[in-house]
Design a protein around this ligand. Structure first.
Ligand code: GLA
Length: 394
């Protein structure tokens, strides 16, 4: 759908004309390395995509938020003075959760009509939800600032926190900050090296001449993913608690080095918990090594570290499954793939691979065929570019 078509559809659904309709966009993300480290105060290395969520929106005098999407029959009308009442709506709760979080931070929520258009696979592990949250937060905060006469641009790190807050406090997924941060703060052709403990970040130019990022979607329905995600988080907290008996100054697993873990790991009696913690601490190390590899132009070493991350997520963190494993195994068989791993929370969703440009067609054909033969339905492939974070389209 083009932006013009989106505006036309807006007018068809809500009436009026296009003159007061504005557009806000925020992208999905792909994480190159650093998985399940964000909520442990560790490092991540995600990039914003060009695919994402675009909202057409108009301010209205009534004290309600109206929500529709281009591809759903749902219609939500939420009373701005009672936003806590909409927790149980299925579609629309990310947006209302965002409005609640903004209210908590002193933003004034003003009446509006919104139409959502997304071109990310929904629930596919590319952070479609974060892109909805950040785009919504940016639109609502922009209106609030304009009314108050605030002239500085909207604080996008705060918008990431608002999105994360909506997900955790309103939607029941205890997620970290990575997805919303990447959606809010991404920059074209740059990858975000983010310290999730203090939100310090650096933009690293994506210089992979001759290589492409290829995303493969398992198209697996993500059942129970949220509860397993919250379970992993609780296991990390249990592991931290045990290690803190020897390392009381550690506030999170991100504060603990590999050497310290090896020295004290016997304090974690449960083998599963020990494995979870080993993944997190070794993964943090791999992110640091990855940055070094990319800084010295060593893409092959970067790919090797991605493979190490993927294996650790499969064997120690146990968040893959036959669908993701098949995509990764088949990807690594292609001459021209230098690294392949699952990306995002896992339990379905997508893989990310670095593939030599001239091998991309063969990759998609062969991996796609092998996947369908083994799993019984098709995977989808995306060769997207790295795009900008949340912004108003003027
Ligand atoms: C999901 C969460 C993120 C992060 C990843 C795993 O995408 O939303 O916060 O924890 O899983 O790295």
């Amino acid at each position: 759908m083009t932006l013009q078509e989106l505006k036309r559809e807006f007018v068809r659904l809500y009436g009026g004309d296009e003159s007061d309709v504005r557009l806000f966009m925020s992208p999905g993300r792909v994480n190159l390395i650093g998985e399940h480290t964000d909520y442990n105060g560790g490092y991540v290395f995600p990039a914003a995509l060009t695919m994402g969520t675009t909202i057409a929106v108009r301010q209205i005098p009534e004290r309600v938020i109206r929500l529709r999407a281009t591809d759903l029959p749902d219609f939500v009308e939420a009373d701005i003075d009672n936003l806590d009442n909409y927790r149980d709506i299925k579609w629309g709760n990310y947006q209302i959760g965002v409005a609640v979080e903004l209210q908590k931070r002193g933003y004034e929520i003003l009446g509006c009509e919104m139409l959502f258009y997304g071109n990310l696979p929904y629930g596919g592990g590319l952070s479609s939800s974060a892109s909805i949250e950040v785009a919504t937060a940016l639109a609502l905060a922009t209106f609030s600032n304009e009314k108050k006469g605030v002239t500085e641009p909207v604080n996008m790190i705060e918008m990431a926190q608002v999105g994360q807050g909506a997900e955790c406090n309103y939607c029941g997924v205890n997620c970290g900050i990575m997805d919303q941060f990447a959606s809010a703060m991404g920059k074209k052709n740059q990858v975000i090296f983010l310290n999730c403990k203090n939100l310090d970040f650096k933009l690293v130019p994506l210089e992979m001449d001759g290589y492409k990022i290829v995303i493969a979607n398992t198209n697996k329905k993500r059942s129970l993913a949220d509860s397993k995600y919250n379970e992993r988080r609780a296991q990390c907290e249990e592991g931290l608690k045990a290690l803190r008996r020897a390392l009381p100054e550690a506030e999170c697993l991100g504060d603990i080095s590999m050497e310290q873990f090896i020295e004290h790991k016997a304090l974690i009696e449960d083998e599963i918990i020990r494995n979870r913690v080993e993944h997190v601490i070794s993964e943090d190390n791999r992110v640091l090594l990855s940055i070094e590899a990319l800084n010295s132009g060593n893409v092959v070493e970067f790919g090797r570290l991605m493979n190490g991350s993927g294996d650790s997520l499969r064997d120690l963190y146990e968040v893959t499954g036959v669908e993701l494993d098949t995509l990764v195994e088949e990807a690594r068989k292609i001459d021209g793939t230098i690294g392949s791993r699952m990306t995002g929370a896992g339990f379905g969703g997508c893989t990310v691979s670095i593939v030599r440009e001239d091998a991309v067609d063969e990759f998609i054909e062969k991996v796609g065929r092998a996947y369908e033969e083994k799993i019984g339905y098709a995977a989808s492939f995306y060769v997207d570019n790295v795009g900008d974070g949340g912004h108003e389209i003027k």
